[in-house]
Design a protein. Sequence first.
Length: 359
Amino acid sequence: MAEDIKLMKGNEAIAHAAIRYGTDGYFGYPITPQSEVLETLMAEKPWETTGMVVLQAESEVAAINMVYGGASTGKAVMTSSSSPGVSLKQEGISYIAGAELPCLIVNVMRGGPGLGTIQPSQADYFQTVKGGGHGDYRLITLAPSSVQEMADFVALGFDLAFKYNNPAIILADGIIGQMMEKVVLPPFRERRTEEEIIKQCPWAARGKRPERNRNVITSLELDPAKMEENNIRFQKKYKVIEENEVRYEEFHCDDAEYLLVAFGSSARICQKVVENARAEGLKLGLLRPITLWPFPSKVISEYADKVKGMLSVELNAGQMVEDIRLAVNGRVKVEHFGRLGGIVFTPDEVLNALKEKLF
């Protein structure tokens, strides 16, 4: 069968991939620059073909709690938003993490703080990988740098979420959400049957049945000793994820004397920076974290013994740079370069910053 190749925006790719994955439900609310996710789903009308529920909720708070309800029954459910909207979802995300439920969240980042701007940003890194809601929890975080990865990471995010009973998030930025590229759409998957859901999710709230007791889904535990046990179990699970699910990409790193570390659209720009630097005779490499959590700390630590310096390149005031510094533990100089307010840096700006900060 010929590949299903389309030209579309990253946001549109999310929607098409969700339909093709066999997603049971999407609950969202429009906000720039991710509104095309909901708009595309409404235009495609998957409820007529796959049976997927698509609902514009009355608010972001309502949307994430609908996800909570759908996930508690073992359904494959998702939401999407942009930075201020995801801020509103944080309490619900914490509840979902505390209840150990699988779901997929999409954040197409814009500038802040506050309402900020509708232009692209990567300033939600802290919010996402450090836990924007309350409690000690983690989100499996995938950072796409292309429209193709926007499509691919829907299935990957759902699969990881169900593997570990943990929410997963696709953390994109406004550039990746709005840019158009050719994308090979994934094949259609059949939505799971009720029997398959019960088998895969024996914990799900499906009502009392003769063959089993009623399941109760909650993140509340009034006994502090039991709550500590819950948290210890969470941390053990997170350790397993850190050991098995780290993903990253290396670009001209074999002989690199200096290393750029960047994700999303910043990594795309940094590929050109590496090419320009090598044309000048400067041995520069790029490491792109694909999972922002679990973070590729081990590989970055290994590069600390090989390179003369690292530059974290982000569309923010300096957030991922802290995790890089933790990974290298002072063994090599690590600096940050970024632009704020939705302004996107150029390859020349990055290369000049590298020379000014590390040479």
